[in-house]
Design a protein around this ligand. Structure first.
Ligand SMILES: NC(=O)c1ccc[n+]([C@@H]2O[C@H](COP(=O)([O-])OP(=O)(O)OC[C@H]3O[C@@H](n4cnc5c(N)ncnc54)[C@H](O)[C@@H]3O)[C@@H](O)[C@H]2O)c1
Length: 269
């Protein structure tokens, strides 16, 4: 390994199990010399295997519901205490739609479900950053990353209200990125990742068809959770200090491909 993150400290949200993008990111960040606190919603702690990850990466776990300012304030304060100072990186790897979970179509949303999903998947990113900002918890030239999906730009019918949540999330990265850049020299970006077989990913209706289609459309094939972890580390490293307020596609070329030969072949008479 290259010690790319040697001496860097951070918080990683969203490691549920070994398939999670956040899990792979934690493993890789540890290998590259970073120290961090792991966090997830209290309910996910009971179901998840996060303790195993904490042992493996020599990190502490602080439960926090990312929609609760009280939980986030406690998380940020305690993390700085545990890590012995301000933070260099934060990963927001959180998503959940109640409409998707309950099988409600986009044309039949329950708006209480919509509001909850938006709070968890999109507004929580603002809440995390506002807490970090007010506590002056980020070191200069630190880096904040959230994960998103291309349904924010183009329609994928089964992605449901998560498409709207991701559009909002990406907008927050730009808006908060301005203030974090100006006032604290901290960068804020979103990574737009390929379909990935995780708990959140597999919750999307028709996921198997969806991921196979993306695989055949992408010149480099789909990016895996490990690929995503590696890309995230570059954004946490000192090698990307002037990259901010961007939505960065990490999808093997899917987003710029009109059609691939493999897909044409399927429809060729
Ligand atoms: N899997 C994919 O196909 C894919 C593609 C593009 C982007 N993403 C995004 O990647 C991110 C990570 O998802 P994943 O695919 O690793 O799935 P995952 O299910 O492993 O992770 C989602 C995490 O969100 C956490 N979470 C839910 N509610 C929370 C709350 N109130 N407070 C704190 N945490 C909460 C869950 O506990 C879980 O750890 C999400 O933003 C997701 O939308 C996933």
């Amino acid at each position: 390994m290259n010690n790319l993150l040697k001496g860097k400290k951070g918080i990683i949200f969203g490691a549920l199990d070994e398939n999670s993008i956040a899990w792979k990111t934690a493993e890789r960040a540890h290998e590259e010399g970073a120290q961090f606190v792991l966090t997830n919603a209290p309910i996910a702690m009971r179901m998840g295997q996060i303790k195993e990850l904490a042992e493996k990466t020599n990190s502490e776990i602080i439960p926090a519901d990312a929609t609760s300012i009280e939980d986030l304030t406690n998380l940020v304060e305690q993390s700085m205490e545990i890590l012995g100072g301000k933070l260099d990186f934060v990963l927001h790897s959180i998503g959940m739609s109640v409409n998707v979970r309950k099988g409600r179509a986009y044309t039949d949303e329950n708006y209480d479900f919509t509001a909850k999903g938006w709070d968890v998947s999109a507004l929580s990113f603002h809440k995390v950053m506002q807490t970090l900002f007010k506590k002056d918890a980020m070191n200069e030239w630190g880096s904040i990353v959230a994960l998103t999906y291309m349904a924010a730009q183009r329609t994928f019918p089964d992605y449901n209200d998560m498409a709207d949540n991701k559009a909002y999330l990406e907008s927050i990265a730009r808006s908060f990125g301005y203030f974090f850049g100006k006032e604290k020299n901290v960068r804020v970006n979103t990574i737009s990742q390929s379909p990935t077989p995780t708990t959140a990913g597999k919750g999307v209706k028709g996921f198997d068809g969806f991921i196979s289609f993306a695989e055949k459309m992408s010149p480099l094939g789909n990016a895996s959770a490990l690929d995503c972890a590696n890309y995230t580390l570059t954004l946490f490293s000192d090698l990307t200090r002037k990259v901010t307020m961007q939505n960065l596609f990490h999808d093997g070329g899917f987003s710029n491909t009109g059609v691939s030969q493999e897909i044409v072949d399927v429809f060729q008479e």
